[in-house]
Structures are given as C-alpha cells and as structure tokens.
Design a protein around this ligand. Structure first.
Ligand SMILES: NC(=O)c1ccc[n+]([C@@H]2O[C@H](COP(=O)([O-])OP(=O)(O)OC[C@H]3O[C@@H](n4cnc5c(N)ncnc54)[C@H](OP(=O)(O)O)[C@@H]3O)[C@@H](O)[C@H]2O)c1
Length: 197
C-alpha cells in the first residue's frame, strides 16, 4: 500500500513519468558505532585511546559490506586510508576528493549515497557523533572499562531514549589490556518514552 502511494506521488509530481526504481528504495537504518571509556573519552591527538584488538575485530565484523560515514579528521587518522570492503563516505566542507571514498557535506547528503543499503554507520569522530547522535536509530557501543587522558569525548547519552538490546562483558586477556563490553541500543520510539514529569 505504501509503495502504491509512493508510486502515485512520484507519477503525479512528474506529470505521469514514473521515476526509476532507485528513487523508491528505502533509506538505511542509521547506526552509530563507537568505543567509549568510563570517562566518556574517545580519542586523543587524533588517534584512538588504546589498541584493543577485540574491538577492531568487532568493528570490522559489524561494518564490513556496509557504508561507513566519518568526519574528515577521523578519515585522516586511518593508517591505510579508506577501509576496505565498505563504502567510505567522508564528511567535509571542502570539495577535495581522493580515491576509495566519497565526500558529503551533511548527513543527509551522506545517507543519500547509501540508498539501497539496509544500514549505514556513523563511525565518528566526536564532532560527527555530537551533531548526529539524535539522528541515530541504533548504537553499537564498546564500553572500555578504564579512564583515559583525552582531548575528544562522546556527548552525554540520555538513556531514557534508548533500550539496551544486547550486552556481552569481557575481562582483560593477553591481547586486550582492558575489560570491555559490547553493548547495543535501539532508540525507543518517542511516543512510548516514559518521561518522569
Ligand atoms: N573511540 C572511537 O570509537 C572513535 C571513533 C572515531 C573517531 N575517534 C576519534 O575522534 C577524534 C576525531 O574527532 P574530531 O571531532 O576531532 O573530528 P571528526 O569529527 O572526525 O572530523 C571533523 C571534520 O569533519 C568534517 N565535518 C564534520 N561534520 C560535518 C558536516 N556536518 N558537514 C561537513 N563536514 C563536516 C569537517 O571537516 P572539514 O574541516 O574538512 O570541513 C570537520 O573539521 C580522533 O581522536 C579519533 O581517533 C574515536
């Protein structure tokens, strides 16, 4: 029924010319993925806080094959440029471009490049999380159970708006120096939030 309405709208708007299928494709779920320390630190000197191989593996597993959207500084922090097997989209106000990635000037422009994908990932950094936390439908958070000296922090999260749907806790081991948890949250629809008035 909804498709029928969409087709009808596009036909009317374009005086009978049906738009190509690409214009009817659903937009992806917008997910945010981040590793956050106990003090909400996420980075220092345009680098990650620590080397946590389990988190890098987790990030790769979740994002491979899907588009990733990042700020220009986070892109510049990647040691080998664009991450392989993922559509890399870099937010920047500049018109510069390079190989292996697309650029966009806003989240809307970035998401428009992800039509046909089921999920698009906001992967940082701080300025991008801050601007678009309220646009995310879903969050994958790695909680690193330590405090770090940092210059970059994640914004405050209002957990009244999020439901934790998954959590796995891990102790430090020979490869990972810190205890950590992989948690996932889905946004609670606004009309079902139980605000305490
Ligand atoms: N812990 C984690 O999971 C995690 C993940 C990612 C990053 N980080 C860390 O976060 C830090 C980097 O964060 P950051 O805040 O400094 O930089 P950033 O958010 O990665 O990049 C900022 C730049 O992105 C561009 N940008 C942002 N929003 C835009 C918009 N709406 N439209 C157009 N361009 C936009 C601008 O580029 P132009 O100046 O070119 O216009 C801006 O200067 C690093 O330490 C990094 O390691 C941590």
């Amino acid at each position: 029924m909804n498709n029928f309405i969409a087709v009808f709208f596009l036909r009317t708007k374009n005086q009978g010319q049906t738009k190509p299928n690409s214009e009817l494709q659903a937009m992806p779920r917008i997910s945010l993925i981040v590793a956050i320390a106990d003090n909400y630190a996420i980075g220092k000197d345009n680098a990650l806080l620590c080397h946590l191989p389990a988190d890098l593996k987790h990030f790769k597993q979740i994002t491979t094959g899907r588009p990733i959207i990042m700020g220009r500084r986070t892109f510049e922090s990647l040691p080998n440029g664009a991450l392989p097997n993922r559509k890399n989209i870099v937010l920047t106000s500049s018109s510069a471009s390079g190989s292996g990635y697309d650029t966009a000037r806003s989240l809307d422009e970035a998401v428009a490049l992800c039509k046909g994908d089921d999920e698009a990932f906001i992967i940082g950094g701080a300025s991008v999380y801050k601007q678009y936390l309220n646009r995310a439908d879903y969050m994958y958070i790695t909680w690193i159970h330590a405090n770090f000296a940092a210059d970059t922090f994640f914004p405050e999260i209002n957990f009244d708006e999020w439901q934790e749907v998954k959590r796995e806790d891990f102790q430090p081991d020979e490869k990972n120096a810190y205890a950590y948890s992989f948690a996932e949250y889905k946004r609670i629809p606004i009309n079902t939030i139980n605000y305490k008035l």
